[in-house]
Design a protein. Structure first.
Lengths: 219, 274
């Protein structure tokens, strides 16, 4: 079964690629959030500078998926795995893009008066990055149950987003002078909320991979 | 687990394509056992083959898929020492019942083999052969019409219409195989059994046979044995997986190749068998 030993090696490479890309996206998110809370423009710049590496990783996974489709014609669980990886890679890359967008806001926010309590943005960032880590773990273990648990946590992010949205709107109304800063923070909250959605997408793909169940748009 | 013979709606919404349309059962096999002497080649096969669909049989060499195919028109009868138990019903008639008309059965159930086997005759005479020996036409003009129609249905007419009197042996491998299909179609069967019909053909000739199968299922019930799983995936509506003389799973082809119900099936189609 020489051919299938090669296939297994290629599938392992794809799995490693997703974990590498996912790890990079998670690191970018954490660093961007640290840059935001610590008002560290240098850290924010580093996030942006590293984004090309993440983009390259995505393109490489894309290429590997095409190779496996064309050369190995995978079926059943292999097909579902490669399909899921092919769809997951751009999602992870987009998570990193959102991390970059957060990082881009940092120098702008550093020119504004500091908001001591980042209206729970930090908490939102912690939940988003832990969801991402758990989603990648569920993917690695082919664990649909764990993936479904992560999906449930998206509600926490959405609730926080709604709360932050109202808090910031209220602050803008009270203190119009800081409206620019608050608007920027609102965008940061929106980026984190979108990251929660993307983590959900990753978990849905893990469920498909493990159980052949399509659960998107159903929760 | 899927029940053999049922057209199973996917357990999950694997794809957004519509579930297979309901069809009447053309062939119903129940508890079929088949023996070569004392060696049992098929074990309790129960399977329904719906009309106007393509069902593919897949499985490793020696799994019994060709033996099973040949039980469907009693082709195994010609092998000494073979024995059949169980029931094969076609249009609710038991084809193994005492007194069943085997000639009529084989007229209704045409067969195409792995290696094209044209007679050393002209193209016309090959297709006309079954019509003549069965006396299915009453005059020359009707015979010519039936031959032309069969060649058209086999997607060969445009390539041979100007050389019908030429030897069939001068055709390419792919053309010879389509000629054999035309020969089978000429006697207007209801079921066509195909035993690896494209395994000896190049990709272009294979593609023509596959397109032909796709067109023919509008009129015929087709059962195809293939070693080529991509081919099974491309041409069939339903796929049955055999292993060691047992039917392991029958399922909608799309389901079979994306999320089979049985682990043995999954191991086979992902190449991790054994």
């Amino acid at each position: 079964m020489e051919v299938h030993r090669h296939l297994d090696e290629e599938l392992d490479e794809l799995r490693d690629g997703v974990l590498r890309l996912g790890g990079e996206a998670e690191a970018a998110l954490k660093k961007a959030m640290r840059a935001l809370t610590e008002r560290d423009s240098n850290a924010a710049r580093e996030v942006l500078e590293h984004d090309d590496t993440i983009d390259e990783l995505e393109v490489e996974i894309d290429r590997q998926c095409i190779d496996v489709f064309v050369l190995r014609q995978p079926a059943a669980r292999d097909l579902r795995f490669v399909m899921s990886v092919a769809k997951m890679a751009p999602v992870l890359e987009r998570i990193a893009d959102h991390a970059c967008n957060i990082a881009r806001a940092v120098p702008e926010l550093n020119n504004e008066p500091e908001l001591k309590n980042h209206v729970r943005l930090h908490e939102m960032g912690v939940i988003a990055s832990s969801m991402l880590a758990e989603a990648l773990d569920a993917f690695t273990k082919n664990d649909a149950k764990a993936a479904r648990e992560v999906i449930k946590r998206d509600a926490e992010i959405n609730d926080l987003y709604n709360q932050i949205f109202h808090d910031l709107i209220e602050m803008m109304a009270k203190e119009p002078a800081t409206a620019t800063r608050d608007a920027r923070l609102l965008f940061v909250a929106k980026h984190l909320e979108r990251i929660g959605d993307y983590v959900t997408d990753i978990c849905e793909l893990t469920v498909y991979m493990a159980e052949a169940a399509v659960i998107k748009h159903k929760h | 687990m899927s029940t053999p013979g049922q057209i199973v709606a996917p357990k999950f919404e694997v794809a957004r394509r519509p579930v297979l349309p309901p069809r009447e059962t053309k062939i119903s096999v129940a508890d079929l056992n088949f023996f070569y002497g004392r060696s049992q080649a098929l074990h309790n096969i129960t399977l329904n083959i719906p009309e106007q669909m393509v069902m593919a049989f897949i499985g490793p060499s020696g799994c019994g898929k060709t033996t099973f195919l040949r039980t469907l028109n009693r082709m195994n009868d010609v092998i000494p020492g073979t024995r059949v138990q169980g029931r094969v019903m076609m249009d609710n008639q038991d084809i193994y019942a005492p007194g069943a008309d085997v000639v009529e059965l084989r007229r209704k159930v045409g067969m195409v083999f792995q290696k094209s086997n044209p007679f050393p005759k002209s193209i016309f005479d090959n297709v006309a052969y079954g019509l003549r020996i069965n006396r299915l036409t009453s005059n020359k003009s009707e015979l010519e019409d039936r031959v032309a129609t069969a060649l058209q249905d086999a997607a060969l007419w445009s390539e041979v219409k100007d050389r019908l009197k030429s030897s069939a042996l001068g055709l390419s491998g792919g053309q010879q195989q389509r000629l054999c299909i035309a020969r089978a179609l000429a006697i207007r069967p209801e079921v066509i059994l195909m035993d690896e019909p494209a395994s000896a053909l190049d990709p272009i000739a294979t593609s023509k046979i596959e397109e032909l199968i796709f067109d023919l299922k509008k009129q015929y019930t087709i059962v195809i044995v293939t070693h080529n799983m991509q081919q099974a995936a491309r041409v069939s509506d339903l796929t049955a997986f055999f292993l060691l003389g047992k039917l392991i799973e029958v399922n909608a082809t799309e389901k079979m190749f994306t999320a089979p119900d049985e682990k043995l099936t999954e191991d086979y189609i992902t190449g991790r068998f054994g």
